[in-house]
Design a protein around this ligand. Sequence first.
Ligand code: GLA
Length: 398
Amino acid sequence: MFIILSFLGISINAQKNENLAKTPPMGWNSWNRFGCNINEQIIKEMADAMVSTGMKDAGYEYINIDDCWQGGRDSLGFIYPDPKRFPSGMKALADYVHSKGLKIGIYSDAGWKTCGGYPGSRGYEFQDALTYADWGIDYLKYDWCNTDNLLAEEAYKTMAAALVASGRPIVFSICEWGNNKPWLWGAKYGHLWRTTGDIVDCWDCELGHGSWVSNGILRILDMQMDKNLNLRQYAGPGHWNDPDMLEVGNRLTVNESRAHFSLWCMLAAPLIAGNDLRNMSNEIKEILTNKEMIAIDQDTLGVQCFRWFDYGDLQIFAKPLAGGELAVCFLNRSNVPKNINFDWKDTENIYDGKYVYEFNKTTFKLRDVWAKKFVGTTDKPFIATIPPRDVIVLRLTK
Ligand code: GLA
């Protein structure tokens, strides 16, 4: 880490904290479920629920406050939280979250106002970063509304430098929706970057908001698969593509939630839950805490999946894993069950850079990570039925 600050003709050689997010960050964020209806009680209860539901044990770590927490700036320019929603202040809230063995995240914006119209960090980057560090913040999501003619890379570089200068290890989540190709520069300054616009909790829909749209699960997935961009080449330990936060347990069915979660794990995506952890069904809790599925997301190789086969409604994704293992996800996009008869011996081998899978030479055991049982080997065709809008995920082990 190396910073040069010279106040006349400021030159900032921004680096980031290299010791963070070696695997995709895991946590919870208030936005998808609560929007602006947040307060310290909800955040505390979510921290409690993260522990009591077993999510902490499953690897979730960050409790992240999204937009609308801000009250204003004082006469010296220091940001303070809304005193009605957060009467005890952010330091007390951070202490509470830390006392549960968890970490806490906050939200700001590179522009002069956030997307919700609250004060942004433009012109206050170093002051805000110091304030966050003083409060004990561990994660910053940094949005891109009201940025006028700002240059994205420069804006994120400035906040990255401010976070480093704060002296506290703070994960930096770049949220500019893929507008300025953050995959080309984001790894220098941040630990994850949104590749696309906002997610919405439907399987395959688009929701208009006037000048912009949010997208359902399949649409976001398809954007990650853009052949021209080949986004997967940019992901790796410490720097992840972010297809946006999870909608598991919101307005999706259980099958859709399982598919969404599995696909995000295949994508080596950050796993930031966005549901009400205090009131989730057992089925949803089992999805969010499936340790075998999470292990695929958190695999130490940090390789994002590719789409191995595209048969329209049936698609097959493959993700190289450490130790020569492989995750394979069969996705049924349609509203009717799909039968699969997948002959490993007869299929294309995988040559993915240095990761080679030759099914005619090596036999793998097949572990079904949702059924949680072994279901044969690659010596025989894999025959199964995928329910509508659902997945089967296999881990191929030696
Ligand atoms: C943008 C972001 C969302 C959320 C809202 C808050 O739309 O992409 O994830 O943070 O702003 O206003």
